[in-house]
Structures are given as C-alpha cells and as structure tokens.
Design a protein around this ligand. Structure first.
Ligand code: MSP
Length: 516
C-alpha cells in the first residue's frame, strides 16, 4: 500500500444548485477519504464545480448577469452545503480558476503539436441541451430526436477534433487487461460493449460565435474548449500536473493515479472512454490511468430526481431539518455502492432513530450509566468470563469485516457490521442483567467483565463510526474518556484502566411526522 491516496468526485454543473445526487456522491467520497486518512495515508481529496458551457451561459442570460457572476453565485450554494455536511476536501476545483485554465491550455497546445488534433467541417443536427451533434443512432423509434435532447437545430460548422478513434484499440486492450479499472466489476461488460461499438473522433471545440463561455484554444482564438474536455482535466490540473512549481509537479506524480468517484450516467463515454484516451495521448502509462468508482443513482419514487418533474428533494432543506449527520448516515447506509436506491424521508428518520438513537445511542447511555452506578465509573479489571469472551471475539471479527468492506468501498455493509456490534451488545446487556449481578457481591468480577466488554463494544463502535459520523464519533470517545484506536495497527483491546465520563445524548431522536 502506498502512503498516498488521491480521490476526486465529479465536478458539479453550476447551472443549478445541489440536489441529493450531488450530496450523496460527496458524502461517499468523504467517507472514503476520512477512512484512508485514519489509515495514515496522505489523502488529497478534490471536488469542485464545472462552470463553463452553454447551460451556464443560458442560465446567466436569463437572469441578466454575466456567466461568471452566475457561476459564482451557484458555486456558493455548493460550498455552503459541503461545509454543512463536513465534506473534508483538500482542494476546490473550479474550472474558471486560472490554475486550471493554464493547464488546459498547455495540454491542448501539446496535443496540437503532437498532431492529435485536427480541424474539420461538420454539418448535422445538434442538441443545445446536451451540447453535442446527434446521429441517427440518437433518434427514437418514431425516427425523431426525443425530448431528452431539448431543442435540436441543424448546424454546419468548423471545429477541432481529437483523434479518439485511433486510440480505441489501445483502450480495449487496456480494459481487458485491467478489470480493476471500473468498480463495481459488473460495469466492465457495459464498457467493453461501448468500446466495441466504436464511434467518432471527439469534437473538442465550440466556435466563439456560438459560445464564448469557455477556455480559448491556444492555437485558434476563434474557438473555446468543449466543456467535457475542459472539465475532465480538472482531475490533474488541481492535483499539480504541469504546475509552474517543479516541487508541486513532482508531488503530482507521487499522488497519481487517483480514484474517481462518479455516477453511472457519466461513465460512458466521458470517464471510461474520453478520459483514459486523453491521458494515454498525453503519454500517461497504463499504470498511470486512474480507477473509476461508479455509483448508482438516488431516485424518488422510482423516478429520476429532477426539478422539472417536481420531485427534487432539496438537500439543504433536509440538512437543516434533520441535521447533517442524519443525512450523512442515510446516504451511505441505504444504498449499495454501484446500485440505485429510492430516496425516502420516512426511511431516513426510521434508520436514524432505530439504528443510531435506539441502537448505538442507547447502548452508549446504558453502558456509561451502569459503569458509574455499579463500578464508580472505573473499569480496571481484565478478568475474563466465557460470555464476555464470546461477545469480545464476535466484535473483533465484525471489526475485521468492517475493514474488508470499507476497503472495497461497500460502506452500507461496513455500517451493518457496526450495527451488529450494537445489537449484539444490547442483547448481551439483557442476557447478563448487570443490575442483578450488582446485587450479589460474589458476582463482582463477572460484573466487571460484563461492563468492560460492553465499554469495549462502545469504544469499537465509536472508532468505526469516525469516517461516517466524525462529530458523533469524537463525542462518544470523549464520553468514554479514551483515545481512538489505530486504524493501521488495529489493536482492538480497550485501554485500561478506563475512567468513563458522563453520558450525554449523542443521537437525539428525530421527532417528526415522518417517524409516525
Ligand atoms: N459536470 C459533469 C461532470 C464532470 S466531471 C469531469 C456532471 N455534472 S452533474 O452536476 O450533472 O453531476 C455530478 C455528479 O452527480 C455525477 O457524478 C452524477 O452522476 C451525479 N448525480 C447526478 N444525479 C444523481 C442522482 N440522482 N443520484 C446520484 N448521483 C447522481 O455530470
């Protein structure tokens, strides 16, 4: 394992504010980044906004302000939400940043000089909404371009093209030899099909006469760069590639390749075809091609989340109503990484109340209270009894499972292992009835053993929650009055003696009409 870990998310369009899909992706990446930091890896977590393109220009025009002003105002909505959700990114990738523009320009110039770009005339139908020329393959069964393309016009224009097709044979070989390139693995077949279908060279420019809101081509000032070509480069421009400072450029190569966390809609063609081919053309070796973690979609009542359908749930409103922790928990708890899920406020409240308030929160509270009441707040003894040993052993095996799942980005399964520790421990309290043991002086050692193992359960849960709910994890460790365990050494024995603090609720129940 190298000590560096670079993780990025897709950069979000700034033609409208954040929705729950954006929030999920940032939380997923944040949980992975925090886990890797706990594993002592030097993490570079980059997220940001995609500010160029037709959609931003049109939205700005509607409001009668400049494209930059508009993009900046929408950007603030994203950064405010990421702050509220405690998204711990190291670098903010905004594509209007001069650092990024300079790198895009340098790359274009190099590809141009290497003969990878050429100018050509193209005429055909063009979708303004999707910002692309359409082919007959894009027509529906009735032979029309469906409503998903928005307004479609006929255009004839000169543009610059990137020799994408000449690299497709390389890509096919690469994908076949590197099944780990896309995660989860079931996406590989879909990608291979797409590559085998072939395609056309990629148009990487837009004439300024039609769109001025973009990065000018360094070798032809009549054109700006196509928004996807510009946007993909953010992954390297903000990680130090071609940085003016040679130290920073050197660091880039130590940190690279990254893990890109993206949604399934932008795997093909952008991330799994254009991007590796762009990097390959820039002379990145096969080992320097990043990996893609492709997540599924949050839907609403089985339908795509969309403002126009009126079913969009506002994550800002959710965070203020239920708290950012409830949201962080729900978004990684109720979806399997790679699969779709259906958003439900009822489930958000139900899972928080049953698993966190009643499960973990109640356990913390009971265990600390009993330790105070029956042992004066101090656990000293390491004495052992079979029941306690069984629970302690089961806990350790659940912790191992947690690590396996977290390393495979299967956060929902990792959370299930945490909840199992809580459920088993709550059941153990009922079975051992410490309140009865406390009445019998002959059971003193057994009582100490029961409470030690229970404190150990709470301590393990507090540690394992750290990447998912950092605030609550820290609060639990403070109440236990103990240190976190090391995610690298994984010594799972509770440090003794332990003098526990006073319990205060960490997961107050959400009282809402949704919980009835
Ligand atoms: N700007 C491009 C990405 C460029 S990356 C070089 C883009 N932006 S987006 O705002 O439309 O989407 C940003 C991310 O949110 C994408 O990864 C997308 O898959 C994800 N999601 C958008 N809607 C989603 C859901 N309903 N559910 C989960 N994630 C989804 O594409």
């Amino acid at each position: 394992m190298t000590s560096q870990f670079t993780i990025t998310t897709a950069i979000d369009y700034t033609n409208a504010g954040p929705h729950i899909g954006h929030a999920y992706e940032k939380i997923l990446a944040d949980v992975i980044a925090r886990f890797q930091r706990l594993r002592q890896r030097e993490v570079l977590f980059i997220t940001g906004v995609d500010q160029h393109g037709q959609k931003v220009k049109q939205a700005a025009e509607k409001q009668g302000i400049s494209s930059q002003e508009f993009a900046d105002s929408v950007t603030l909505k994203f950064t405010a939400l990421w702050d509220a959700l405690e998204i711990s990114y190291e670098r903010w990738a905004a594509t209007t940043d001069p650092i990024h523009k300079r790198v895009v320009s340098k790359i274009l110039q190099r590809l141009y000089e290497a003969g990878d770009l050429y100018k050509s005339t193209h005429s055909g139908f063009y979708s303004i909404r999707q910002e692309q020329f359409l082919t007959d393959k894009d027509r529906n069964e009735a032979g029309d371009f469906g409503p998903e393309w928005g307004e479609v016009i006929f255009l004839e224009e000169d543009n610059w093209y990137f020799r994408l097709t000449s690299h497709l044979p390389w890509l096919l070989r690469f994908v076949e030899r590197h099944p780990e390139f896309v995660l989860p693995g079931f996406r590989q077949a879909e990608l291979i099909n797409a590559i085998q279908r072939g395609g056309q060279d990629l148009c990487i420019s837009r004439p300024k006469s039609r769109l001025s809101w973009g990065i000018e081509l360094p070798f032809d000032s009549e054109f700006v760069t196509y928004v996807w070509f510009d946007a993909l480069i953010n992954y390297i421009s903000f990680a130090g590639y071609l940085a003016d400072d040679p130290q920073e450029e050197k660091k880039f190569w130590d940190r690279w390749p990254a893990l890109h966390v993206i949604g399934k809609d932008i795997m093909v063609p952008a991330h799994a075809i254009y991007w590796p081919i762009m990097l390959h053309a820039m002379a990145f070796s096969d080992e320097q091609i990043p990996r893609l973690l492709v997540h599924g979609w949050w839907n609403c009542k089985g339908m795509k989340v969309s403002k126009s359908l009126g079913n969009a749930v506002d994550p800002v409103q959710l965070a203020s109503q239920y708290g950012s922790s409830a949201l962080r928990y729900y978004f990684v708890r109720d979806i399997a990484t790679g699969q779709d899920a259906d958003f439900s406020e009822e489930r958000l409240v139900m899972l928080y109340n049953s698993e966190l308030a009643n499960g973990v929160g109640n356990l913390l509270n009971r265990v600390l209270n009993m330790t105070h009441r029956y042992l004066g707040g101090t656990i000293r003894s390491e004495c052992e009894f079979p029941e306690g040993n069984t629970l302690a052993r089961e806990n350790r095996s659940l912790v191992e499972q947690y690590f396996t799942y977290m390393e495979a980005f299967e956060i929902n399964l990792a959370i299930e292992t945490i909840n199992k520790i809580a459920t088993h421990s709550n059941a153990f309290i009922e079975k051992c009835a410490p309140w009865l043991l406390a009445k019998d002086p002959a059971q003193k050692e057994r009582l100490e053993n029961v409470l030690r193992v229970l404190c150990e359960s709470v301590w393990l849960i507090a540690n394992l929650l750290a990447p998912i709910l950092p605030r609550e994890s820290a609060a639990m460790l403070r109440q236990l009055n103990t240190k976190p365990f090391s995610f690298t050494e994984r010594n799972m024995f509770l440090p003794l003696p332990l003098e526990v603090g006073q319990p205060t609720p960490v997961f107050p129940r959400i009282e809402s009409e949704k919980s009835n």
